[in-house]
Unconditional design. Structure first.
Length: 105
């Protein structure tokens, strides 16, 4: 993927998630274009052990992941945590990237 002139590989995101303690990360990259600027949202599925009711703990985890991903990729991203087993599972190759950008308006 090329986002704001930067090559982004899903494997880079997965490596960051693994380094941050996610043992078997399920995630999706959603690329969109808002006001002629590409945006990257990363949806990360939490594990049962990570799941907590503490808002402060969830915000800290989001900030930790966002900072680690941004320092690796070199672009600003938005990280969203979702409940365990909420991302679709693929029987074959996992669908990691959803590109919502339109080539022609």
């Amino acid at each position: 993927l090329i986002i704001r002139g930067v090559n982004v590989f899903p494997s880079q995101v997965e490596a960051v998630l693994l380094n941050c303690g996610k043992t078997n990360p399920y995630y999706q990259l959603i690329v969109d274009r808002v006001n002629n600027t590409d945006t990257l949202d990363i949806i990360v599925e939490m594990s049962d052990s990570d799941f907590t009711d503490s808002i402060k703990g969830l915000e800290a985890e989001i900030n930790r992941l966002r900072t680690a991903i941004e320092s690796t990729l070199g672009i600003a991203v938005k990280v969203k945590l979702v409940e365990p087993r909420s991302l679709p599972r693929a029987t074959g190759k996992a669908v990691r990237v959803i590109d919502k950008r339109k080539l022609v308006d």
